[in-house]
Design a protein. Structure first.
Ligand code: SF4
Length: 364
């Protein structure tokens, strides 16, 4: 994929064992939506996110009391790196660092005077904890807004670099930058600017992107455009949905661009037309359910579900296994070659059987 060839050169940071930037794989992030003070619920959600393929989980830490949950999570033995999201209360950042959090996300502009920023930087430096500077359209400083008139891409970029410079003043470079906006074009343009002007790794995402359908589309455009430019070292697909669905969407997005090789099953299915001979729409839904139930969705192979034999095997010749619908039956094919026929009600069990065989031959 293009991304792997034109990837922007960046510094590398280490977030609790997961590297971001440099030549590391793009890390998928999500954020819990539990009350952080409810440690059990938060831990449970972190485990669900981790099982779904989330590399790094961010939790909001509004005050020192919530930081106690950081301690509990770290003591629980959960290995997924945890990012403490800090706004306003720098003491919550200090406590989180003390309890061994793996990264701190701050906006240096909203935690008070510079002595507080320095205190957070010193605490992070002492424990090798990276800091993510998070900037969005609502957080741009007054002096920068006055210069640009509104949170333009230039203003967002300047705000991020302004904060990076504050950390640099204290000799801190273990930094990641994120510039988010709910406006997709602004987010793309701002990240392109900051990518040109520094070598810090960048966390990308469209913020407040909306529900699953709209949010996935906005994220695919915003995140996808930047990845096609070689920009982006870690990402979050923000959705008004169960955070686990953010992880699934992120995996689908990376998979669609074939970044770092596939990170899950690639399903090629035709849109159906007047030639369609089987109920492909229902079949496709049932197939998705079957691969999740069988734990096969992360297998990096291509499976084709095609509606007819006229174009099916030819159009999906790169598929490791696939079917092309006929009347009451389907052709089974692999890499464009027909390997058998199967009755319509046997399509899914036959595909699953063959996928398991491929798994054994190629991946075990
Ligand atoms: Fe139509 Fe066949 Fe193409 Fe599917 S594969 S869209 S059924 S021509």
């Amino acid at each position: 994929m293009i991304y792997n060839k034109i990837r922007r050169k960046t510094r590398e940071i280490n977030v609790g064992g997961v590297k971001i930037g440099g030549e590391s794989k793009i890390a998928i992030q999500s954020m819990t939506n539990t009350d952080t003070k409810d440690a059990d619920a938060t831990l449970e959600q972190i485990k669900r996110l981790s099982s779904a393929g989330c590399d790094i989980v961010r939790i909001t830490v509004p005050d020192e009391e919530a930081a106690e949950t950081v301690r509990m999570i770290k003591e629980s033995g959960v290995r997924t790196p945890i990012v403490a999201d800090i706004h306003f209360d720098y003491r919550a950042a200090l406590k989180s660092a003390e309890y061994g959090v793996d990264k701190i996300r701050i906006n240096p502009g909203n935690i008070g005077d510079e002595s507080r920023v320095k205190a957070v930087v010193d605490a992070c430096k002492a424990k090798n904890i990276p800091i993510r500077i998070g900037v969005n359209s609502g957080s741009v400083e007054k002096h920068i807004l006055a210069k640009y008139g509104s949170p333009t891409p230039e203003a967002l970029c300047e705000s991020a670099l302004y904060h990076a410079a504050i950390l640099e003043k204290y000799n801190f470079y273990d930094t990641a930058i994120s510039i988010k906006s709910s406006d997709v074009s602004t987010m793309i343009a701002a990240n392109r600017l900051v990518a040109e002007r520094c070598d810090y790794p960048i966390h990308i995402g469209v913020t407040e992107a909306g529900d699953e359908r709209r949010g996935s589309i906005k994220s695919a455009i915003g995140i996808g455009s930047l990845l096609c430019d070689g920009i982006g070292d870690t990402l979050r697909v923000s959705l008004t949905a169960d955070p686990v669905n953010e992880v699934r969407a992120a995996k689908d997005l990376l998979n669609a661009l074939n970044v770092e090789g596939q990170c899950g099953m690639n399903i090629v299915s035709c849109p159906t037309c007047g030639r369609t001979k089987i109920d492909l729409i229902s079949l496709s839904g049932r197939f998705e359910e079957a691969i999740v139930a069988e734990g096969l969705e992360d297998l990096p192979i291509t499976v084709a579900l095609m509606g007819c034999i006229v174009n099916g095997p030819g159009e999906a010749h790169e598929a490791d296994i696939g079917i092309a619908g006929g009347k009451g039956e389907a052709l089974l094919f692999a890499h464009g070659e027909t390997i058998g026929k199967v009755a319509e009600n046997e399509i899914i069990p036959t595909l699953i059987k063959n996928i398991k065989k491929i798994k054994e031959e190629k991946f075990i």
